[in-house]
Ligand binder design. Structure first.
Ligand code: ACO
Length: 332
């Protein structure tokens, strides 16, 4: 059977930096509170209308294709993960095709929030292994900034999120020792309302209304403590499962790239698994939580920093809204 490997990694971050001090001017918060609770110092906000998820995703994809030594015309399928698509419908993979001049090939949007990358990598791997496609773009992009309540009422959520895009190219490989070794996907819909944007939605008799704005149900709602409690259990379990399935031990791991949810969640995973601090990648202080995009952005930066080399064993893991969670084990 064919194996799938990551041949290219790309990222795109908007130029606009929004520091914690900038947020202090919009809401009752403080740099000290945000840094202590989340580890975040600054995040990027996209230019509305220009830096859309599909456009930012296209920039990250081009960088990933460049690293892979491939042209856009070599791509035979697109998987696009986001919780903040350009439109309610169609999915962002379709407008991204337009930016990349890739009309005609299949484009699948994945709605798995923070776990979007983990799920998408597994989906891509299955298509490669089955022989259906040879070069798949897995693109993840988020514009959170236009959907946040940047007043004091929304401060518990608004300080956490940022905008950005990341992408990987997943290709067919004949090397049995390298590539994507394992992956797992989990979900528990009993917790669907603990981290969500409730409205607008088709569940309502009128999909959108002025009352929704008044009730603030159009903004993300998060039961922060609940999310924290579940995240620090599910992350380690998914990582161990992925390593076991790949017949690898924790000691073999060269780098863990967790979804950049919150510095305290990352620290709790590191301590629980007793992994050395320098083997757990973190860039949340500069970008905040970019949801589906956070893992491929971090992967590109880890590669640029020389932390991912030929032969490195890398584990990626995520937990988020749904609840959804999972992990991947990759030999580069
Ligand atoms: N600035 C200042 N004060 C704030 C802010 C803010 N931005 N947000 C909330 N507060 C206040 C609250 O109003 C509350 O005030 P009170 O005591 O007067 O009522 C106080 O700070 C403490 O609020 P808590 O919600 O109890 O704060 P907590 O210590 O639990 O920290 C946090 C909140 C950071 C969200 C925490 O629960 C957490 O880390 N949760 C994990 C969730 C997470 O990181 N999600 C990431 C997105 S989901 C994902 O990617 C998995």
């Amino acid at each position: 059977m064919k194996r799938a490997k990551i041949s290219g990694i790309g990222k795109y971050l908007p130029d606009r930096i929004v520091t914690n001090t900038d947020l202090e001017k919009m809401m009752d918060t403080s740099d000290a509170w945000i840094q202590e609770r989340t580890g975040i110092k600054e995040r990027r906000f996209a230019e509305p209308g220009k830096e859309t998820p599909s456009w930012m995703g296209a920039q990250a994809s081009l960088q990933a294709l460049d690293m892979a030594g491939l042209k856009t015309s070599d791509v035979d399928f697109i998987i696009f993960a986001t919780l903040s698509p350009d439109y309610f419908f169609p999915g962002s993979g379709c407008p991204m095709q337009k930016h990349l001049d890739l009309a005609g090939i299949g484009a699948l949007d994945v709605r798995n929030q923070c776990s979007g990358f983990v799920y998408s990598l597994i989906i891509a791997e299955q298509f490669i292994k089955s022989g259906m496609y040879k070069n798949i773009l897995v693109t993840c992009a988020e514009v959170q900034s236009t959907g946040l309540d940047l007043s004091t009422a929304g401060r518990d959520v608004a300080v956490i999120f940022g905008d950005g895009a990341g992408a990987v190219v997943v290709c067919e490989s004949d090397d049995p020792k390298k590539g994507i070794l394992s992956g797992n996907m989990h979900a528990d819909g009993n917790y669907a309302t603990e981290l969500m944007v409730e409205e607008p939605g088709s569940i309502q008799p009128a999909r959108s209304s002025k009352e929704m704005l008044d009730k603030r149900t159009v903004f993300p709602h998060m039961n922060g403590r609940h999310v924290f409690k579940h995240a620090i259990q599910k992350f380690p379990a998914a990582i161990i499962e992925a390593l076991d399935d790949a017949n690898q031990a924790l000691d073999d791991l060269d780098l863990l790239i967790p979804h950049q949810a919150n510095k305290r969640i990352t620290e709790a995973i590191q301590q629980k698994l007793k992994i050395a601090e320098d083997k757990v990648y973190s860039n949340i202080e500069r970008y905040g939580n970019t949801t589906a995009a956070s893992i491929p952005i971090a992967m590109r930066e880890a590669f640029d920093d020389g932390l991912i080399k030929e032969g490195s064993l890398v584990c990626t893991a995520a937990f988020g809204s749904g609840f959804t969670w999972g992990a991947n084990c990759i030999r580069f």
